[in-house]
Design a protein around this ligand. Structure first.
Ligand code: PRP
Ligand code: ZN
Ligand code: MG
Length: 225
């Protein structure tokens, strides 16, 4: 059975947040050996287990109470929240702290030679994205609509492949857009990594350790400012 005495933290296995997440935990004094390609790693010096998964799975793991803490981008978190709310599913969690890494923006992008005068010119157009709810919220706020083309990856090839007129995807350095002949035309959401905690009862010793961890995180971030 699962050892309920240990804190379980979900972090991204490989991607934009993984190095910074690992570094943050190690600066907090958690000694983990993440060398092996294993899903779960056990801290050597604290009752903490690290679960290394796809970033997209982290909000759900926290909302379902499968893990105690998660380090995740607000973009993925907010999209999962809107998805669950739309389906009437439980979407509870608590944000413990906004972190100082993982900065990116969710943006609309179009072929570099396409004219853009504002979101109105995308009214009723087809837009490829992995973030349909965040995109819909933005279009609703402008009283506009769009036809979704839901893709979980390779979103940036959709216009070239004739699947969509525009895309709505994450932009960090802008290299992916540039490599695909796309131009960022509008920012619809700005995101950073956050530390979140599941809802519900937490054994006293575990909450004590979580609070201690949070104090250390504050210290690490303060020192980097
Ligand atoms: C995002 C996005 C692009 C890339 C953009 O993916 O989907 O692929 O980052 O970054 P750039 O502007 O620096 O080129 P993400 O890192 O979220 O990976 P994932 O889709 O595999 O979760
Ligand atoms: Zn992802
Ligand atoms: Mg991607």
């Amino acid at each position: 059975m699962l050892d309920n005495k240990r804190i379980r933290i979900a972090m991204q296995k490989s991607g934009r947040l993984s190095d910074d997440s690992r570094e943050l935990l190690s600066r907090c004094g958690i000694k983990i050996n993440l060398q092996q390609q294993r899903l779960i790693a056990f801290a050597e010096n604290m009752p903490i287990d690290i679960l290394r998964v796809r970033d997209d799975d982290i909000p759900g793991l926290v909302m379902d109470g499968v893990v105690d803490l998660g380090i995740i981008g607000e973009n993925v978190l907010e999209e999962e929240l809107l998805t669950r709310q739309a389906q009437g599913e439980n979407a509870g969690y608590t944000t413990l702290r906004r972190l100082d890494f993982g900065g990116c923006r969710l943006s609309l992008a179009m072929p570099a030679d396409a004219g853009y005068t504002g979101p109105e010119c995308l009214d009723n157009k087809r837009i490829a994205t992995s973030y349909p709810h965040l995109l819909k919220r933005y279009f609703d706020s402008k009283n506009l609509s769009f036809k979704p083309c839901m893709l979980n990856g390779s979103v940036e090839v959709a216009p070239r492949a004739g699947l969509a007129d525009a895309i709505c995807d994450l932009v960090s350095t802008g290299a992916t857009l540039e490599a695909n002949g796309l131009r960022e035309v509008d920012v619809i959401y700005r995101s950073k990594a956050v530390l979140i905690q599941r809802e519900g009862e937490m054994p006293e010793e575990k909450q004590y350790l979580i609070d201690k961890l949070l104090t250390r995180i504050q210290g690490v971030i303060k020192a980097r400012e």
